[in-house]
Every structure is written in structure tokens, then in C-alpha cells.
Design a protein around this ligand. Structure first.
Ligand code: HGY
Ligand code: MN
Ligand code: MN
Length: 412
């Protein structure tokens, strides 16, 4: 690598300023941001991003599920090195989840432009629609459509809790593009992301060379019993879905404690009618199961489905379960992981290999191209929380490693 290139570094303040500017869109006033997929805030974030891409002279394209691509041409044509992530957030989101990967990608391009470097291959910055899945399931929706594992029709048909479809929401914010999904097949895909867990923050080092993403399964569960008077109805007369839901929550924790690396989360549990003196008629709830080992994940899923059926039957409660996401445990590309480790070393940072606990667009991109991720620490392991925070020096370290890894892949 030439002397000049090995001295390249990102402009830290410029990246931090862009993160602050994007974080101000959907600012929740508590340090966090709320840009639910295909919301008005998402629309503002998209327009802001496209303006940044335009200012960098990138060729901008948007596909039919709203994925946004900004490409810096290379000396040669052909498949680009893609640097991606997402700019949508969960409802109680932070300012780094997703945004860091997209904006650090922009920063890499800005550094190349400032240095007058045209890489051998094109570099494409991608922002995928609805990575979070907080409003519309499944998560990683935009990259699922890009990778061909979800059809555009299936994606458009997904509905939020208010019954609004993706198709209607994407049209309402004018986010539909003309590019056929999956048109841009990268030669390699890299994603810089905050770890969102406690490992790097508590044990170090600064850089995680991510070897893969754990398996993920999401379920929407509806339990139907019978509403009744809280005072007059003897316990033996009750068909109480709330009891079954609560039993499932306790059992899910026991399953997580008994199966290696298993994580079970019940993030939503809604009682209807939800009044103090009424035995609930219905409970709708979610179940999120994760494990790096799909066989263990099968065991957890099977056990909890059996437990739910038995417990519901014993209490005269009916059950309906809808699967809303299923992603196999996904290994990343060894050559890219080595490139990330080499880039970290080149930039003077120690790195460690680790599996991602969170789902990411890289999990889907791995189906169509060599993919890998770079993690930087999340203070106290917090994420999906307004207090999500990564130290500025760690953001800069991640950006420099993304820059060095990109040059290894795009200018080999
Ligand atoms: O749920 C996830 O892991 C990701 O944040 N969508
Ligand atoms: Mn994310
Ligand atoms: Mn997230």
C-alpha cells in the first residue's frame, strides 16, 4: 500500500457532526432518536442522507423497497464494494445503531475524494429499509428483498399495529424508487456497527471482527380466553390468557437459563380490555428467540411451543402463533474477517473475533456476497435505548478500520 494511502485517516469531527445531524432527526429529547421505518422522521432522514450523498457527488439510486444506494465510481466498472447499514431506528432508539455504518461509509468516500483517490472498484454506500422490524416485520426487510429471500409483494403486504401496510407507508413518504431490488450485487459487503452488547466495553479491545450473526426467530402470539368479573368469578371458573402469557414469560427465562447461549425475550404483552376489574379476554404478545446454534434454537422453540399449548389447554385458553421472522445463524466470509483484522492492526487497534447478538443487514447480504462486520464498543452494553453511547474515539477507530478494510477490498 502506498505511503500516502497508509497515512489516510477519517475526519473524525466530520463523521461525529454527521452522526449528530442525523441524530437530530427524530430527536426524542433524551439523547435518543425515533425514526421508525417509513415514518415522517424516516422520510426526513432519507432526504437528509440523499443530500449528503449528492454533495459527495455519488450516483444515487433507490430501489422499489426504498433501499438507498450512493456509488463512487472506480477506475474499473463492475460490482462495488458495498458499505451499508440502516438509518431507521426502534421506537426508543439511540443515535448510533445503523447510522454509524451508513455515515462512516460516507466518510470513507469523503476521505477518498479529499485525497483524490479513485479506487480500482466502485464503492457503494447502502441504507437498507426497515432493518429494525420495530414497526413492520420481519426485520432486515430491505436487505431481505435485496437478497431475494422476501418478495416485494410480501414486503408491501406487511402491516403495522395500526393496520398500515408497508406498501401504503412507503408511498406516503415517496420512498419508492425505480431500481429493481437486488440489482446491485456487491463483490464484498462490509458493515460497521456498534456492538449493542457488553463484551467490548467490559473486556476490550476496541474493535470486534465479527465472525457471524446468531439465528433469530420472531413470533406474534394471540391468546384468547374469556373476560369476566374480577370479583365474582371464582378462580376455577376462569379462562385467563394473562396467566398463560405470564407463565410463558417465566418459562422462557428458564429455557434461556438451561440452553447454552440461548436468549428469549417477550418484548410486548398487551391485555384486552386491560382494566383493573376485568379478567382479560385476550393477550397479544411477541416472542424473540436467538442462538448462535440453530439446533439449540430448535430445541428452545419446540419446548416453548409445547409448554404454551399444554398450559393454554389446561386453562381453557386458545392459542394462535404467527411466525414473523426466521433467520438462520449466519457465518461471515473468512477472507473479509481477516481483512478486518489486518485493517485494525494497520490502524493500530487490537481486535477480537466475536459473534453478533443482534441481527444485521450483513446477515442477509452474506447470502449474495462475501460479508463481514466491524464492531465498536457500546458503553454499558446499552442499545435500543436513548442512552446508547459509543465514545468518539471509538467511533473514529471504527471509521479508520472501515477505511483501511475498504481500501484492501476496493483497491486490491
Ligand atoms: O432485532 C435485531 O437484532 C435488529 O436490531 N433488528
Ligand atoms: Mn442495527
Ligand atoms: Mn437495532
Amino acid at each position: 500500500m502506498s505511503e500516502m494511502r497508509s497515512n489516510l485517516r477519517i475526519d473524525g469531527p466530520r463523521l461525529l457532526n454527521r452522526l449528530a445531524d442525523l441524530g437530530a432527526i427524530g430527536d426524542t429529547g433524551d439523547g435518543g432518536a425515533r425514526r421508525l421505518a417509513l415514518s415522517e422522521e424516516d422520510r426526513q432522514g432519507r432526504n437528509w442522507l440523499k443530500a449528503q450523498m449528492h454533495a459527495l457527488g455519488l450516483t444515487i439510486a433507490t430501489d422499489k423497497i426504498g433501499n438507498i444506494f450512493g456509488t463512487l465510481p472506480g477506475r474499473e466498472d463492475g460490482p462495488p464494494v458495498m458499505l451499508g447499514s440502516h438509518i431507521d431506528t426502534v421506537g426508543t432508539g439511540g443515535r448510533y445503531d445503523g447510522a454509524l455504518g451508513v455515515l462512516a461509509g460516507l466518510e470513507v468516500v469523503a476521505v477518498l475524494r479529499d485525497a483524490g483517490i479513485t479506487p480500482r472498484y466502485p464503492v457503494c454506500i447502502a441504507a437498507f429499509t426497515n432493518e429494525e422490524g420495530a414497526r413492520f416485520q420481519p426485520d432486515m426487510m430491505g436487505s431481505c428483498v435485496h437478497a431475494g429471500v422476501l418478495s416485494l409483494e410480501e414486503a408491501y403486504a406487511a402491516r403495522d399495529a395500526d393496520g398500515v401496510s408497508v406498501g401504503d407507508a412507503i408511498r406516503a413518504i415517496d420512498a419508492i424508487g425505480t431500481l429493481e431490488p437486488g440489482s446491485i450485487k456487491p463483490r464484498a459487503y462490509l458493515e460497521l456497527h456498534i456492538e449493542q452488547g457488553p463484551i467490548l466495553d467490559s473486556e476490550g479491545p476496541v474493535i470486534g471482527a465479527v465472525t457471524g450473526v446468531q439465528g433469530i426467530r420472531w413470533f406474534e402470539i394471540t391468546l384468547e380466553g374469556e373476560s369476566n368479573h374480577a370479583g365474582t368469578t371464582p378462580i376455577s371458573y376462569r379462562r385467563d390468557p394473562g396467566l398463560v402469557a405470564s407463565a410463558l414469560n417465566v418459562e422462557a427465562r428458564q429455557v434461556a437459563d438451561s440452553i447454552l447461549d440461548q436468549r428469549c425475550t417477550i418484548g410486548r404483552m398487551e391485555f384486552t380490555p386491560g382494566q383493573i376489574n376485568v379478567v382479560p379476554k385476550r393477550v397479544t404478545m411477541t416472542l424473540d428467540l436467538r442462538n448462535p446454534n440453530d439446533t439449540h434454537l430448535d430445541k428452545a422453540e419446540h419446548h416453548l411451543k409445547e409448554f404454551l399449548a399444554t398450559t393454554a389447554k389446561a386453562h381453557g385458553v386458545s392459542v394462535s402463533i404467527q411466525e414473523t421472522a426466521r433467520f438462520a445463524a449466519t457465518p461471515f466470509d473468512e477472507r473479509l474477517i481477516v481483512a478486518v483484522e489486518g485493517a485494525a492492526k494497520e490502524m493500530g487497534h487490537a481486535s477480537r473475533r466475536m459473534v453478533s447478538g443482534a441481527g444485521h443487514d450483513a446477515q442477509l447480504m452474506a447470502a449474495i456476497a462475501p460479508a463481514a462486520m466491524i464492531f465498536v464498543p457500546s458503553v454499558d452494553g446499552l442499545s435500543h435505548n436513548p442512552r446508547e453511547f459509543t465514545k468518539p474515539e471509538h467511533i473514529v477507530a471504527g471509521g479508520d478500520v472501515l477505511l483501511a478494510a475498504t481500501l484492501r477490498l476496493a483497491d486490491a
